[in-house]
Write a protein that binds this ligand. Structure first.
Ligand code: NAD
Ligand code: LMR
Length: 337
């Protein structure tokens, strides 16, 4: 019924930013790539976030329709759509810029196969961020995240406006998947489950720390290995199921909206801890995802990994060559240019 729908919508809207100070300054948020598979549902979810007062929807095509559509949702955020010529205005004054622009995988491709196209897209969009809202928190979704985050950092360094507290790769979907699979396997209430996921965002660089999962569950080595591999291959599972029509969009939009909500809570003075891929000294890799406290300036404290099982120690060692190579490829793309 329509009243049931209205109740659902109100609950969903409260689900994000329920505890956020309602009298706090409303935030300006931009989604770059807003007309895409992730961009559209993500734009809708950001329109439903009570911490957002202004929402810029930017894409190279299709934004007038998406913006008109999303703008009819009866929440406070003022929505504007921008096309190619509107990037500067879309970004001016932004507190948070979310970037899901770029091509997705097809079956048989790795995320690194997207580098050729997406590296330039991310560099150019981040250049505009550096010009028009250099203090904004950046949430980078475009793949390969292991390389696009170093690209963003190096580009901002080149422009003299890099702040390592502001540049974050979104790895929340790995956490969302690990929670779902762990709860399902152990018959737990998924709402009560937490699983840290560290490393990067591609194949073996994704390392769920099931030894630190709560509530605790005892799993055989075989089950643990299967859960770890399913988390690492979650993206590929969706790419194969979509059979050429792209990769995860709906679960990704959900994950990105959760992470953006946490960033906004942090900016608004209510710190939150999330796993995210940032400049880091926790391991030998200069960029690494681990638990991070998000506060008024973005990254506040990067937590240590905590105690690892032997299986996880081996996983950490095994990911390093690929992670380091992906980081270096991103750094060289900007530095070597
Ligand atoms: P999509 O093709 O459906 O949408 C991408 C959008 O980006 C399109 O609307 C396109 O017009 C736009 N775009 C392209 N170049 C642009 C530019 N220069 N400026 C602005 N917009 C531009 O793809 P999708 O399914 O939404 O996926 C987007 C990206 O997100 C892919 O790289 C994908 O691999 C990645 N992804 C990351 C995660 C993660 O966990 N971090 C999860 C899923 C997907
Ligand atoms: C995901 O994890 O779903 C994304 O990184 C998209 C992909 O290519 O797998």
């Amino acid at each position: 019924t329509s009243s049931a729908m209205a109740k659902w919508a109100a609950q969903a809207a409260r689900g994000f930013a329920a505890a956020a100070p309602s009298s706090g300054k409303g935030r300006k948020v931009a989604v770059l790539g807003a007309a895409g598979g992730i961009g559209q549902p993500l734009s809708m979810l950001m329109k439903m976030n009570s911490q957002v007062s202004s929402l810029s929807l930017y894409d190279i095509a299709g934004t007038p329709g998406v913006a008109a559509d999303v703008s009819h949702i009866n929440t406070k955020a003022q929505v504007k759509g921008f096309d190619k010529d509107g990037l500067a205005e879309a970004l001016r004054g932004c507190d948070l810029v979310i970037i899901p622009a770029g091509v997705p995988r097809k079956p048989g491709m790795t995320r690194d196969d997207l580098f050729k196209i997406n590296a330039g897209i991310v560099r150019d969009l981040v250049t505009a961020v550096g010009q028009h809202c250099p203090g904004a928190v950046l949430n980078i979704i475009s793949n390969p995240v292991n390389s696009t985050v170093p690209i963003a950092a190096e580009q901002l360094k080149k422009m003299g406006v890099y702040d390592k507290r502001k540049v974050m790769g979104v790895t929340t979907l790995d956490v969302v998947r690990a929670k779902t699979f762990y709860a399902e396997k152990n018959g737990l209430d998924v709402a009560s489950v937490d699983v840290p996921v560290v490393g990067g965002h591609a194949g073996v660089t994704i390392l769920p720390l099931f030894s630190q999962a709560t509530p605790k569950a005892t799993m055989s080595a075989e089950v643990l290995d299967a859960l770890t591999k399913r988390t690492q291959d979650g993206g590929t599972e969706v790419v194969q199921a979509k059979a050429g029509k792209g990769s995860a969009t709906l679960s990704m939009a959900y994950a990105a909206a959760l992470f953006a909500d946490s960033c906004l809570r942090g900016l608004n003075g209510a710190p939150v801890v999330e796993c995210t891929y940032v400049e880091s000294t926790v391991t030998d890799a200069p960029y690494f995802a681990s638990k991070v406290k998000l506060s008024t300036e973005g990254v506040d404290k990067i937590h240590d990994l905590g105690p690892l099982s032997d299986y996880e120690k081996a996983g950490l060692k095994a990911m390093m060559p690929e992670l380091l190579a992906s980081i270096e490829k991103g750094v060289q793309f900007v530095k070597g240019a």
